[in-house]
Structure formats: C-alpha cells, structure tokens
Design a protein around this ligand. Structure first.
Ligand code: SF4
Length: 375
C-alpha cells in the first residue's frame, strides 16, 4: 500500500509536529488495515491441550502427547505452542481437494456410487515409511501451496459439485481436528454427510467428540503387531485398536483397511490373528479391505504386493467369518458385494463404478437379509 502524506486530509500543507502525528496515525491505520486484511490467516486455538509450567504445554489430541516449549511444533508439524497456548497452523488451509467416488476412500457400504468432496491439509501424526501421500502428509504448512477455504466455503463446494458427503482424507485428518470438526458440524446442519479417513491414532476424548458429528470412517489397521507399528509407522498398535472399539461402540459406520506390504506385515498368521481380533471385538459385519501396496517413499525398493498374497489374506478373513472382504488397488478383483445369506451378487462394481445395486432399504433385494452400512 502506498500512502502520500505531503498533503493532509484537510488539504493543507503540514509541517513539524502535525506532520509527525499524521505519519504515526497513518502508520497505525496501515497496521490495522493490514491486520484486518490478514484476519483469515489468524491462527485458531487448538482444542485438547494442557498448560504446564514455564509456558510448556502438552497436546492431548493424539497418543504422541507432544510436550512443547514456546514456539515448538508437534510431531505432526501443524500444531504449535505460541506463548503457552496451542494453535492449529492449518485451519482453513487446504493442501488437496478433489471430487472422488466414495468407493475410493474406500467405503463400499456407504451410499455406493455417490460423490464425495475430499479435502486435506498438510500434516500427519505418524511417519509411515510406505506412505502413498508423503509429499503432503510429511509437509509443513509453509512447504506447499494451500487454498484458503473456511468451513462455509467447503460446504458450498460440496453442494455445487453435487457431493453427498465430505471426506477428510489423503493426510491424517486428526491433526486438523478443529477444522474438520467445524466443517462436520456445519455439514450436519446442511444435511451433508462427513467421512473420516484415518490411521485411528487419536485419544479417547477428542475421538468421542468427533463421533458426535461424523457419519462414517475408514480406519487403517496397518498391521497387527507392535513391532510393525514401531518399525514402519513410528506409532503403536494399541491406540488404534482402542479407536476401533470406541467407533464401534459409538455406532458410527466404519470399514477397515489393511495395506499388505511384502516382507513387512504379510505374515498370514498375523493376518489371521488380526481377523480373530476384529471378530472378537467388533463382530463379523464391518467390511474389511485388503489393499495392494505399491513401492513408494522410503520403501520404493520393495515389490508390489503379489496378487496371490492378497487372495490368501481375503480367503483367510472370509473363512474366519468376516462377511464382507474386499481387495483394493487391483482392478476387477473382489470388488463386488455378495449377500452373506443367499450368496447372490447384490452390488456389482467395476472399478469405482456401480453397475448394479440390489440393496433395498439396507436389505438384500433377493432374500431380505440386512446389509450393514447406508445405502
Ligand atoms: S496432534 Fe500433533 S502436536 Fe498433538 S500430540 Fe499428536 S503429533 Fe503431537
């Protein structure tokens, strides 16, 4: 902004003290105007943290429980201690936005064939060395181009693009909790569904609060051993299992994804134990997606998951009694839904397209068996 101050607002020539006062006034006015202009950039105070001594704080959002001194950011890179208060650095700052088919999340039992507005900010609270989206999940808010999109704009975009739902996805939505929560709350009022696509690494209190506003989730169960989680994700398994139990208890529709990585989490006994745990703790109804790994990030030397391995995992899960088992990231493979009662094809998929849907009011169109999900 350029301000000419030789002539004052009253149109007379100013000298001495009056001129200095006018300069000070205009400088203050400029700062105020710039501050107003920058209002959208004002940081939003985070939820779920504890103030400690000497301006230290502990973030209570996820099991990392980062203890941060003034000016320090958490492991997720997007939450920062500023003078004894915790702030989200990514509220309103979208790093990726797309309209996707809901099947891509993947959610196969949640309004099949519908469109979902998918959004992400930078950041993640894990550091998976096989991450498929590492360029954005491991970025700081400053490292990538972001779009300023307040919650109301996201709702408008969902409506304009005929999206029945909004998904928080691509990176880890838990780390942009405040933004996600506000969008989901607003979406609820507007009759738009919301979907949380997550690694499930979140603490109990924020999770329960989130469950009051979201409609569905896809939760990664990345492996079934603490060793795997420690070596490959920098996190731990136990909190993810707790998340699954809570989401189940809260009655949110959810599906589970297990990415099978050759030589990392592909032991069939471990996959069998995972299925046993799911059945014993969550039941047999929740859809389970085995997903094919492709070399990426720090595991770019590893081979893609052999199809035979995915088949074996799917067969194990089905034999143990899980009713809906799918294979993802492979074209035309285990992508259809069969009625667990009459065995007839009830949702015929081709890639992300729905060719035929024989589910009526959440029941099999042939035998009337109730199918889990929202159709
Ligand atoms: S959300 Fe981020 S800052 Fe908070 S505990 Fe987890 S990693 Fe640390």
């Amino acid at each position: 902004m350029v301000i000419l101050i030789d002539k004052g607002i009253i149109g007379c020539k100013l000298t001495g003290m009056k001129k200095r006062l006018l300069i000070i006034f205009i400088c203050l006015l400029s700062i105020y105007i710039i501050a107003q202009k920058d209002l959208p950039e004002i940081l939003v105070e985070a939820q779920f943290y504890t103030q400690l001594e000497n301006d230290y704080i502990r973030c209570d959002l996820c099991p990392n429980l980062c203890i941060l001194k003034d000016n320090q950011r958490g492991i997720c890179r997007v939450r920062q201690n500023i003078k004894g208060k915790l702030y989200s650095l990514v509220y309103n700052k979208v790093i990726a936005i797309n309209v996707d088919p809901i099947e891509k999340k993947p959610l196969y039992h949640f309004f099949p064939g519908s469109r979902v507005l998918s959004i992400a900010t930078a950041g993640c609270n894990l550091n998976c060395i096989f991450c498929q989206n590492w360029t954005i999940s491991q970025a700081t808010p400053e490292e990538a181009q972001t779009y300023y999109l307040p919650p109301a704009s996201i709702i408008e975009m969902a409506k304009e693009n005929n999206c029945e739902s909004i998904a928080f996805t691509y990176t880890e939505p838990t780390v942009f909790y405040e933004y996600m929560y506000d969008i989901a709350s607003l979406a609820k009022k507007e009759g738009i569904k919301t979907v949380w696509v997550t690694c499930g690494y979140i603490n109990e209190e924020p999770l329960k609060k989130l469950c009051s506003v979201i409609d569905a989730a896809n939760i990664d169960l990345k492996g079934f051993s603490e060793n795997f989680y420690a070596e490959y994700t920098s996190g731990s398994l136990d909190p993810v299992l707790t998340t699954l139990k809570i989401v189940n208890r809260e009655g949110i529709h959810f599906e589970i994804t297990n990415l099978i990585i050759p030589g990392a989490n592909d032991d069939i006994d471990m996959i069998g134990s995972m299925c046993d745990w799911i059945i014993n703790n969550l039941g047999t109804e929740h859809p389970l997606h085995f997903s094919r790994f492709y070399p990426n990030y720090k595991l770019s030397n590893r081979i893609p998951t052999p199809i035979a391995m995915l088949d074996k995992a799917a067969q194990t899960a089905a034999e143990k009694g899980i009713k809906y088992v799918y294979i993802g990231n492979v074209e035309n493979k285990n992508e259809d839904t069969y009625c667990p009662n009459c065995q007839k094809l009830i949702v015929d998929r081709q890639g992300f397209k729905i060719i035929e849907n024989n589910i009526i009011d959440n029941h099999c169109g042939f035998c009337g068996y109730e199918i889990i999900g929202h159709f």
